[in-house]
Design a protein around this ligand. Structure first.
Ligand code: MIG
Length: 681
């Protein structure tokens, strides 16, 4: 049951697709205090008590545990190049939580600006959600069923916010990226090495260097003299190229995207009506007004330039939006620096001086300098200051692209994912989890983020495998790939200047061929479970506690996940570990994959087990009585996956019918009825 409570005049975020009637009853479970907006900050506060055994799930892309208790999180889409466990905000704003305990209920705060979730941080027995203005729609969701209440609440919520984005089949293959590929030949040699090493590959990413001077929707002729034929050359190798699109549009006379956007008034303006200018990769840039539907349609139409060259997928970046500086903050910095000139600096003032140049990065005051022109139903326009709707910017950039794809390539799925997001964006694209580092704790952080993202509708998601910042190592990359085998987006990505981390660069590339190869053996199962999750509004990754709700041990497990209906994974995430303790919430079969083959299937009883996992092995578990199909042979790309007959792992009685979801991988018109096939063993 979903109850809606409205405070003030909420901004329409379009995150919900169902309209729920206003509830006249008292708010159940908690209390809301509001104060007149003029009076103070924190004019909205929802408070409820937490019992010691309560778990709080949710918040999508955020740091720390699957259980969010004990910390404060702030939904405020942020460019966080050095994310760590103490970051209150990451790139996404996903205001959905579920409190699980004696009473289990979900809360969704539909609100487009900064909002704070104090989950037993200030006081361990209190949850408080605070926002600066009391214009909020609050949805309270209680279970309709008596069992699997967490799944039930999530499905109700997901029905409220609409079906998740579905990626094309090829985007379930292994993908290689690096900020640093410059030319056609760079990419050719990456692909060649993958093929030579028998490590499968389906896509290579083009980071900002493919563009002409970082100008969106251009391709550098110097680096890619014949882009269109290069795209098709790669496609004959079964590799798709996926270019990046940044939110900032370079200010340059004669650059059509800038000229047109300015002429049509589609960029964000300041109070005085002049255009806002911020610095990002292209230097001085304009920011498309993605909250204005005409601007959105216009920006979306630009993607056609690359689609016409054969491109079938994009990643949208820098759309928090990230701002290295604005004209105003830069002037301010210079003024401050000037004031230090000629002074005899003491060490304190030296530190202040040294901090000035970086103080313009993603500065809160810059987000108050520009406005959106929101079109109302009657055609009138409401001007809204950016900070009041900040968390909708990246979401609407993704929406701009997805809505345009429907027109440019009707009926065909495109790959699309974004860095910044809000609930609602999950209908238009996936997200990746942004700039992590080549660190063991970031591998674990990614594992823990997956179920929370799924709760919020983001199913097509994954981490930068191997780590984005810093230098990866062979062991870290192998362990990360063994987890990445199960994430719908399986992409290895790294930052410019870090150690190159394509799989074939490391000793014994055959070990990588086996670990990545397993992904391709499993894709029929993984894709099928993904599609079921998308079409049934369920989760692909679940914490153990969702299924084994009465099992106290299961409720505390944070580094194991259920993948679909049949599998459990317990990734190794510690340096030097040669195995790990695994808690099995029921009897299961341990499946070991080593050297391109299943080498062990051992039944294990419910309980704790020490499982040895050498670096080149992948181990996963199949529920007792279940079986999972594996392709008989390795495939070098998704197109080569053979669906004609399968091996199975697990212990379902012989002859048990196994069905899979399977389709052409491209059509947007999908349904479980149409896609279900019985497989041959
Ligand atoms: O300021 O395009 O998160 O994946 O490689 C950095 C360069 C901009 C941030 C993205 C990252 C990408 C990088 N971008």
């Amino acid at each position: 049951m979903i109850k809606k409570f409205t405070f003030g005049k909420p901004f329409n975020t379009f995150s919900c697709v169902l309209s729920v009637a206003e509830c006249a009853e008292e708010i159940p479970f908690g209390t809301v205090e509001t104060t007149a907006p003029a009076k103070s900050e924190n004019s909205f506060a929802y408070t409820c008590a937490l019992k010691p055994e309560d778990i709080v799930f949710g918040l999508g892309e955020s740091v720390r545990g699957i259980n969010k208790r004990g910390f404060k999180y702030v939904s405020n889409c942020s460019d966080v190049p050095n994310q760590s466990e103490d970051c209150e905000s990451l790139y996404g704003a996903h205001n959905f939580i579920v409190i699980s305990g004696e009473k289990t209920f979900g809360l969704y705060f539909d609100y487009p600006a900064r909002i704070e979730f104090d989950i037993g941080f200030t006081q361990e027995d209190t949850l408080t959600v605070r926002a600066d203005t009391a214009d909020i729609a609050l949805y309270v969701i209680t279970p309709d069923k008596s069992a699997h209440v967490l799944d039930d609440i999530v499905t109700q919520f997901r029905t409220l916010v609409g079906r998740s984005y579905i990626a094309p089949f090829w985007a379930f293959g292994y993908q290689q990226s690096r900020w640093g590929y410059r030319t056609e030949d760079d990419i050719r040699s990456v692909v060649k090495k993958y093929r030579e090493s028998n490590i499968p590959l389906d896509a290579v990413y083009l980071d900002i260097d493919y563009m002409d001077n970082f100008k969106d929707f251009t391709v550098s002729e110097e680096k890619f003299p014949a882009f269109k034929s290069f795209v098709s050359e790669m496609k004959t190798q079964h590799v798709r190229l996926v270019p990046i699109i940044d939110a900032g549009v370079k200010v340059e006379k004669g650059y059509s995207v800038c000229d047109e956007g300015e002429a049509k008034g589609f960029f964000c303006k300041k109070e005085d009506g002049s255009y806002f200018t911020g610095g990002v990769w292209p230097g001085n840039s304009r920011f498309p007004d993605f909250l204005n539907e005409d601007a959105r349609a216009w920006f979306g139409a630009q993607y056609k330039k690359l689609i016409d060259l054969g491109i079938e997928g994009f990643w949208n970046d820098m759309n928090e939006p990230a701002l290295f500086y604005s004209t105003e903050s830069l002037a301010d910095s210079f003024k401050k620096m000037e004031s230090f000139k000629g002074k005899n600096l003491d060490i304190q003032s030296f530190f202040e001086f040294a901090d000035i140049s970086r103080s313009s990065f993603n500065k809160a005051s810059d987000y108050r300098l520009f406005f959106h022109q929101i079109k109302n139903d009657d055609g009138s326009v409401t001007k809204v200051r950016h900070d009041k709707v900040h968390n909708l910017f990246g979401y609407n950039m993704t929406r701009a692209a997805a809505e345009a794809f429907d027109k440019i390539t009707p009926g065909k799925r495109m790959l699309l994912f974004s860095r910044a997001s809000f609930i609602g964006a999950h209908r238009y694209g996936g997200i990746w989890t942004g700039d992590n580092g080549s660190r063991w704790d970031h591998l674990l952080m990614g594992i823990k983020m997956m179920p929370s993202l799924n709760m919020c509708g983001f199913l097509y998601t994954g981490t930068d495998i191997g780590g984005f910042g810093g230098n990866t190592s062979r062991d870290l990359l192998l362990r990360w790939l063994a987890f990445g085998d199960f994430t719908p987006l399986m992409r290895n990505h790294s930052a410019a200047g870090t150690r190159e981390q394509e799989c074939w660069r490391f000793d014994h590339p055959e070990d990588f061929a086996s670990v990545v190869g397993l992904r391709y053996r499993l894709i029929p199962y993984l894709y099928s479970e993904f599609m079921k999750a998308a079409l049934n509004n369920t989760m692909y990754f679940r914490p153990l506690s969702f299924e084994y709700e009465d099992d106290k041990r299961a409720r505390s497990v944070e580094d194991e996940l259920l993948v679909g209906n049949d599998l459990l994974i317990a990734p190794v995430h510690e340096q030097n570990a040669v195995g790990r303790m695994v808690y099995l919430p029921q009897d299961m079969t341990l499946v070991r994959y080593h050297g391109n083959a299943v080498t062990e299937q051992t039944p294990l009883a419910k309980g704790d087990h020490y499982v040895s996992v050498p670096l080149e092995d992948v181990v996963f578990f199949v529920k007792k009585g279940h079986s999972v199909p594996l392709c008989k042979k390795n495939a070098s790309c998704t197109e080569a996956i053979d669906y004609s007959s399968f091996d199975v792992v697990g212990d379902a009685p012989k002859g048990t019918a196994i069905t899979l979801y399977h389709d052409d991988g491209f059509a947007t018109d999908v349904s479980l009825e149409k896609g279900t096939i019985a497989i041959k063993q």
